[in-house]
Design a protein around this ligand. Structure first.
Ligand code: COA
Length: 259
């Protein structure tokens, strides 16, 4: 199948999906999310595929977030729909996949980009990777599962520090707090990720699928947390801060929020 914004490559039983919009630092627009849904559904269903790697094109960015220019005029309902659809069609699809999915974070992983990595079962990063959830600088909150998954992975205190400050952290700090599993030189990232995934794929596929299901269940029934995120994300679109935050980004200036 031909895609516009992603590259899909098979190497034996490993499928690599590369987000490929380098001019926009691989930001996730509607088209890219639709393509990710198709490619992931296909790979998860295909008997020839054992596991999946998700990475970004180029050496600068994994994914620099959701495409801000696409939702700048959205209202509360459209904001809610954006989060709900993205979560269902891409982020939950990844997290609940019976086949292991590893994020190879090769540069900026911000906003929806970090949320994409958080939805993956395991995260490896290159030394130059920078991670953060800058949504509050736009008058928003993370809407693709970030408030829930980051909290599960690094704990409430660290999650609040990252979300409320909007500060980026480097790969060393991300490793120290358990946000990424391993860190490699940029040139080794994909090879090391493949080597690790090959080891996983040499184990029993049925047991791997069962382990993912069981570990996912360790979070308990947190459906209400994801629903609350979608609701609060939508509400942000009704605030003047959202208009100011997004316009400031698009006009390449600092936002002036009402205190
Ligand atoms: N949505 C839409 N476009 C984006 C984007 C996003 N999330 N992230 C980057 N881009 C675009 C920029 O607008 C720019 O496009 P242009 O050349 O047509 O003006 C291009 O990608 C390159 O980005 P630029 O900002 O010039 O690169 P930089 O090296 O100066 O800064 C970042 C890199 C990642 C710090 C900066 O792009 C950034 O802050 N991006 C937004 C991150 C964000 O808030 N994500 C959360 C979204 S919910």
């Amino acid at each position: 199948m031909e895609y516009e914004n992603i590259l899909v490559e098979a190497d034996k039983d490993i499928t690599k999906i590369t987000i490929h919009r380098p001019a926009k630092l691989n930001a996730l627009n509607r088209q890219t999310l639709a393509e990710l849904n198709l490619a992931l559904t296909d790979a998860i269903k295909s008997p020839a595929v054992g596991g999946i790697i998700i990475t970004g094109s180029g050496e600068k960015a994994f994914v620099a977030g959701a495409d801000i220019s696409e939702f700048s005029t959205y209202n509360t309902q459209q904001g809610e729909a954006l989060a709900r659809e993205g979560q269902t069609k891409v982020f939950d699809l990844i997290a609940s996949s019976s086949k292991p999915i590893v994020a190879a974070i090769n540069g900026f992983a911000l906003g929806g980009g970090l949320e994409l990595a958080l939805a993956c079962h395991i995260r490896f990063a290159s030394v130059n990777a920078k991670m953060g959830l800058p949504e509050v600088t736009l008058g928003l909150i993370p809407g693709y599962g970030g408030t829930q998954r980051l909290t599960h992975i690094v704990g409430k205190g660290r999650a609040l520090e990252i979300i409320l400050s909007a500060n980026m952290i480097g790969s060393t700090e991300a490793y120290q707090i358990g946000l990424v599993n391993k860190v490699f030189e940029q040139s080794d990232l994909l090879t090391e990720t493949k080597t690790f995934l090959s080891t996983v794929l040499s184990r029993s596929p049925k047991a791997i699928a069962a382990a993912i299901k069981a570990v996912n269940a360790a979070n308990g029934n947190n459906e209400s947390g994801f629903a609350k995120e979608i609701e609060e994300f939508g509400k942000c679109f009704g605030n003047a801060d959202f208009k100011e935050g997004v316009n400031a980004f698009l006009e390449k200036r600092k936002p002036k929020f009402m205190q």
